[in-house]
Ligand binder design. Structure first.
Ligand SMILES: *[C@@H]1O[C@H](CO)[C@@H](O)[C@H](O)[C@H]1NC(C)=O
Ligand SMILES: *[C@@H]1O[C@H](CO)[C@@H](O)[C@H](O)[C@H]1NC(C)=O
Ligand SMILES: *[C@@H]1O[C@H](CO)[C@@H](O)[C@H](O)[C@H]1NC(C)=O
Ligand SMILES: *[C@@H]1O[C@H](CO)[C@@H](O)[C@H](O)[C@H]1NC(C)=O
Ligand SMILES: *[C@@H]1O[C@H](CO)[C@@H](O)[C@H](O)[C@H]1NC(C)=O
Ligand SMILES: *[C@@H]1O[C@H](CO)[C@@H](O)[C@H](O)[C@H]1NC(C)=O
Ligand SMILES: *[C@@H]1O[C@H](CO)[C@@H](O)[C@H](O)[C@H]1NC(C)=O
Ligand SMILES: *[C@@H]1O[C@H](CO)[C@@H](O)[C@H](O)[C@H]1NC(C)=O
Length: 757
């Protein structure tokens, strides 16, 4: 079979404009408009005089009356219709205070900037062509997945439309013309592509400098990667420079993709809140079914959080919103944790990438490597600076090029120098190849500048013995590009995956779910080199990326499959199905290795798509439930209006105890017991009878009432109460499970976590 070359093809070295930019910083044009700043203004749309036919004309007149300059059309950035009531504009402080005097004014947010959640698949998830979720959902046929990201590389084979159904008639989106992006590149797979940059441009950032395209075309490859992960078509024989060779396909390969580019290759890799809002606003108007966001802003209460506010509007429109949890890796670092969002952490895959080294004495070692060329090294001298301890650890400046040229350098880790710095040093000194020792590799796949591998420290003793022995030490051979499947145990929670609790609402367990986010192979933009090897730059059109950015689109893909089967399910129902069928993850990786994981690391667990298709019971929630939750947080009137975008609401049942598929009891030093109430909907057989099975450790107690749920009808609702108690001496975090199990063996599992603050 013929196909496009994905193996490295070499292009001549030239300066990387965007890398240079990272180093030099950009000339900040902010100074030109020192008085003006971008604000997102929430207005009460019920105040719009009927003389104005559109909200936009009203917004323009508000700006005009605030002594706005003649070029006002340029200064109004966006009028929003769905995500918030209001607009974004460049304003001086006096203009802003004019507008704030209006009785229609609700809230003002200064522009803020967010970032991508990438640190630098399907087989593992059990998706099979012949049984389970894939055939039942017809691979997500007819569902539209909107991706809010860095754009898309439309020519990627992952977006060819072979086998795709026609564009759904309900679709209102389109493909915009722009730099290097013709509307004709869209097809039955890629059905929408738009870009939003007014916010960044207003902040003085020129998005059309030579390092990005002023259109929906992807420059970074990030949006291409996330889109193809969620809904890319089948592409056979792809790999990351030979690693992870196989078929690339999205989780929902028959779903349609719409790209909303809001992230640009600026020197800071940032996105403006006003642009993100505009992208989400458009996605709602266009009619996406699922929205996936792999980006985030600083943690802030929901009434200040643009993604939370825009997502609630999307949820109200029946759109499932899936967001990455962030890559901060430490407790209380959750992003995008609003209870209407499906918040996704990252897990590892059961796959590892290797190289081997055989010493002249016959000892062979296997280690981690992503070196992208299949070089075969034979009979090279092994170098170890044994007379000076610092020579052996390859710290910066320690290697003498005259001594190491043509040799394999053995870099001990006795001084715990990070592998990346050691890699830089052996590369600088011009060594032939290298062997690193560490148990906690912290180097990305695009940082293997020379042929090298990472061995566990346990291998150090015998190599040290050999290299310090009497005989001249030599490497007999080194081989690269070895992929191993079925690595046990998998999955782990990735070290970088943001951990709960979410400081904004510790009583809602976050993340909700963990999905693959380490070394995910998917399409990228082949315009920029992936790695520089000597004088060559290597490009690829499929690459391994890691991040919660990569995990979120897996869940978006599963949500698309579930939506294809259960059109009528709410976003909360789809999330519930995903959460209650997940399986626990045992290990959470951190900088020293692995520790036992808790639901603060993995939420309800690792996603299990085939099970999510038939969850048995659903914990549902609708817009009114979220309103009552917000009332329960004690929001004032303006804050409520800003989040829910309306002037009237009913808080008679206010409660922060949402009908959530997980339980998080936050205890102060004075409380040791908490009650929850829940309602479950039977989506299985009408005569299902569920028994509660409770699992909890010593020092914790969980009670349930009633402990049997007897359904007589499909979609019947039954409620129960659960109470959690802990001993005063119990650890800071303890957790157990509530499992409802019926006679058909549906297991509806919820983590129950007690957190002492
Ligand atoms: C499409 O965009 C390109 C680049 O911005 C421009 O040169 C071209 O005139 C546009 N075509 C149409 C039909 O608008
Ligand atoms: C932005 O950069 C491009 C390419 O360098 C240049 O052609 C264009 O004039 C710049 N635009 C502004 C507004 O500075
Ligand atoms: C070895 O490196 C350490 C840390 O970089 C430094 O403090 C020490 O002085 C060095 N020793 C020698 C002998 O160079
Ligand atoms: C050194 O090399 C010789 C000849 O290859 C071999 O017989 C001997 O065992 C080696 N010694 C050690 C300590 O490896
Ligand atoms: C508010 O909700 C409660 C309970 O759902 C209902 O009884 C009440 O009538 C509602 N009030 C209004 C004004 O809609
Ligand atoms: C609980 O903690 C608060 C603040 O740290 C302290 O003032 C209070 O005395 C503590 N109560 C008990 C019962 O320990
Ligand atoms: C929880 O519910 C039980 C039984 O209804 C009640 O006795 C107890 O006081 C409640 N505890 C809390 C902390 O509300
Ligand atoms: C019931 O489900 C459990 C866990 O989901 C599984 O281990 C077991 O094999 C199932 N039993 C039957 C009879 O399907």
């Amino acid at each position: 079979m013929t196909r496009r070359i994905t193996f490295p093809h070499l292009i001549l070295n030239h300066a990387l404009p965007w890398l240079l930019l990272l180093l030099l910083g950009s000339d900040n044009a902010e100074s030109r408009n020192e008085d003006h700043q971008t604000y997102i203004i929430h207005m009460d749309h019920s105040h719009k005089p009927s003389a104005f036919l559109t909200h936009e004309s009203w917004h323009l007149s508000i700006l005009k009356s605030a002594s706005y300059p003649a070029d006002r059309n340029n200064m109004l950035l966006y009028s929003y219709n769905h995500v918030i009531q209001g607009f974004s504009a460049r304003l001086t402080p006096s203009q802003l205070s004019e507008i704030e005097k209006s009785p229609a004014h609700l809230a003002t947010y200064p522009e803020s900037f967010g970032k991508l959640f990438t640190t630098h698949s399907p087989n593992f998830l059990g998706l099979k062509p012949n049984s389970g979720l894939w055939p039942s959902a017809r691979y997500g046929q007819g569902v539209i997945v909107g991706i809010i990201d860095t754009g898309i590389w439309p020519e990627s084979e992952s977006f060819h439309d072979k086998g795709m159904p026609p564009v759904p008639r309900r679709w209102n989106g389109r493909c915009e013309n722009g730099t290097a992006f013709s509307p004709f590149v869209c097809n039955r797979k890629l059905i929408g592509a738009r870009s939003f940059s007014k916010g960044l441009q207003a902040a003085g950032i020129n998005v059309s400098k030579e390092y990005d395209f002023d259109s929906a075309r992807d420059f970074f490859g990030h949006g291409t990667h996330t889109s193809s992960t969620a809904a890319g078509n089948h592409v056979e024989g792809v790999s990351h420079f030979g690693y992870a060779k196989g078929t690339a396909r999205g989780i929902a390969p028959r779903a349609h993709v719409a790209m909303y580019k809001v992230l640009w290759a600026t020197d800071t890799e940032e996105s403006a809140a006003s642009d993100v809002l505009a992208g989400m606003d458009q996605a709602i108007a266009d009619g996406v079914d699922i929205m996936s966001l792999s980006l985030g802003f600083d943690q802030t209460p929901y009434f200040n959080d643009v993604i939370a506010i825009a997502s609630l509007s999307a949820i109200e429109n029946g759109i499932v919103v899936v967001c990455a949890a962030g890559n901060d890796g430490f407790p209380r670092s959750i992003h995008n944790g609003a209870p209407w969002i499906t918040t996704v952490g990252a897990g590892t895959l059961d796959r590892s990438f290797h190289a081997t080294v055989t010493l002249d004495n016959g000892l062979t070692f296997k280690g981690i490597s992503y070196f992208p060329e299949s070089v075969y090294i034979t009979d090279a001298p092994l170098y170890y600076g044994k007379n000076d301890v610092n020579k052996s650890i390859c710290h910066l400046g320690s290697l003498n090029p005259d001594e190491v040229t043509g040799k394999v350098v053995f870099c001990d880790n006795s001084n715990r120098i990070d592998t990346y710095s050691q890699m830089e040093e052996v590369d600088r000194a011009g060594a032939y190849a290298a062997i690193f020792l560490t148990d906690t590799p912290d180097i990305d796949s695009d940082e293997y500048y020379i042929p090298s591998l990472i061995l566990p420290t346990s291998a150090g003793t015998s190599i040290r013995q050999y290299v310090t022995g009497k005989n001249k030490s030599k490497v007999k051979s080194m081989r690269f590009i070895l992929t191993e499947l079925g690595t046990k145990p998998a999955p782990h929670v990735a070290s970088f995956s943001s951990r709960g609790p979410d400081p904004i609402s510790p009583g809602i367990l976050k993340p909700d779910i963990v999905a693959p986010g380490v070394d995910v192979l998917a399409a990228v933009a082949p315009n920029i080199p992936f790695i520089e090897i000597g004088n060559y730059e290597l490009v690829t059109d499929y690459a391994l990326f890691s991040g919660t950015s990569m995990a979120a689109p897996h869940v978006a893909g599963v949500a698309a499959l579930l939506k294809a089967i259960h059109r009528e399910w709410s976003p909360a129902a789809i999330r519930s199905a995903i959460m209650t069928t997940a399986y626990p993850v045992n290990i959470a990786e951190n900088e020293i290795g692995g520790v036992p994981a808790t639901p603060l690391d993995f939420g309800a667990g690792h996603i299990d798509p085939n099970k999510a298709m038939d969850p048995g019971l659903i914990y549902d929630a609708d817009f009114q439930d979220y309103v009552e939750f917000l009332c329960g947080l004690g929001y004032d009137e303006k804050q409520m209006k800003a989040v829910i975008r309306r002037n009237q609401w009913n808080c008679s049942q206010e409660s922060t105890d949402l009908n959530y598929p997980s339980f998080a009891a936050v205890f102060t030093n004075e409380t040791t017991a908490k009650n929850f109430s829940r309602v479950v909907k039977n989506v299985g057989a009408e005569d299902s009878i569920y028994h509660a099975v409770l699992e909890f450790p010593a020092g914790m107690n969980i009670r349930i009432e009633p402990s049997t749920l007897k359904f007589t009808q499909k979609y019947q609702l039954l409620d129960f109460a659960l109470s959690v108690e802990i001993d005063r001496e119990s650890p800071r975090v303890s957790y157990g499970y509530l499992k409802w199990i019926d006679q058909y063996n549906h297991t509806v599992s919820s983590p129950v976590v007690a957190i002492k603050t």
